[in-house]
Design a protein around this ligand. Structure first.
Ligand SMILES: [Zn+2]
Ligand SMILES: [Zn+2]
Length: 305
């Protein structure tokens, strides 16, 4: 398979001179199993250009099939979907997988096509769209690819995905806070405080962390939310994002082969990202895994090509 990054940014797109090299688009990663339809993870603004490139394939003639795994429905993970060209061509099949919520998934996605926000209603997009609600721990197949899910520690919950195909595995773990200080999910915490956690909360976080380590076990590539520096995390632990240090701990425990820093903060310039990568390459110089930082256009081949 090939893993290609189309959007690597968290929160909001940040085009401009300071972000040219890493790119300013929000989260979108394409996993392309050998000779098979694309599996796309997240539909941030990066999916627009991916859609244009897919329109040079079978999608142009309405004969394409794509699956989109959504980690969660915050803007930076879904905002590009209305601009995904294959959805406008009848005959294309697009399967959208996301976590079950109180409201049906199709209704959640329809809302961003409400007339106040976008002129074309979801129902007017001509492709055959199928919505699949997943729960944490779910396992399902997409063609020959095996997909596994785990829960992450994020306001209103996000899902991590593992894809095993072509004799290799990739794990996408964004967005998540560390599993030590706060339990996020059921509410927005306005005033976080660091302190001793009640045992049930500590246990729930430990279980969630163990689930993430198990999901990433032996993965060829672990893509991880590293939006924060340690200082930024200290002042915003309730935003639901990690530091490179957290990703490195998980990578060590899970014995992954490669770790990719991802979901870069919008205020991070290319030079900032270079410096973070250089610093953490030193930190991991004795580790068995290699460390990369995601940028738009980065392509990582894994397993059989
Ligand atoms: Zn995000
Ligand atoms: Zn989020």
């Amino acid at each position: 398979m090939k893993v290609r990054f189309w959007g690597v940014r968290g929160s909001i797109p940040v085009p401009g001179r300071a972000t040219n090299r890493y790119g300013g688009n929000t989260s979108c990663v394409e996993v392309r199993p050998r000779g098979a339809a694309p599996i796309i993870i997240d539909a941030g603004t990066g999916i627009r250009r991916l859609g244009k490139s897919l329109m040079e394939e079978a999608f142009r003639d309405g004969k394409g099939t794509a699956s989109i795994l959504i980690s969660h429905t915050h803007w930076d993970h879904v905002q590009g979907l209305p601009f995904f060209s294959p959805l406008y061509r009848a005959g294309n099949q697009v399967h959208i997988f996301a976590r079950q919520r109180d409201m049906h998934l199709e209704a959640v996605f329809s809302q961003q096509h409400d007339a106040a926000y976008f002129p074309v209603p979801l129902s007017a997009m001509h492709a055959d769209m199928q919505f699949h609600e997943v729960v944490e721990g779910a396992r399902f197949d997409i063609g020959t690819a095996k997909v596994t899910c785990a829960r992450l520690n994020h306001p209103w919950v996000a899902i991590a995905y593992r894809i095993d195909v072509d004799g290799a595995s990739v794990v996408y773990c964004s967005d998540t806070a560390p599993f030590t200080d706060l339990l996020l999910g059921k509410d927005f915490i306005e005033r976080p405080s660091f302190g001793t956690l009640p045992p049930p909360v500590r246990d729930e976080l430990a279980t969630m962390r163990a689930g993430v380590v198990a999901l990433a076990k032996g993965a060829d590539l672990l893509i991880y939310d590293t939006q924060f520096t340690p200082d930024e995390y200290t002042s915003r632990p309730h935003w639901g994002h990690s530091r490179p240090d957290d990703a490195i701990e998980i990578a060590r425990e899970a014995k992954v082969k490669q770790l990719c820093l991802f979901h870069h903060a919008p205020l991070r310039s290319d030079d900032d990202n270079d410096a973070i990568l250089a610093r953490y390459r030193e930190v991991t110089s004795g580790d068995k895994f290699s460390l990369v930082s995601a940028y738009e256009g980065l392509e990582i081949p894994l397993g059989d090509q």
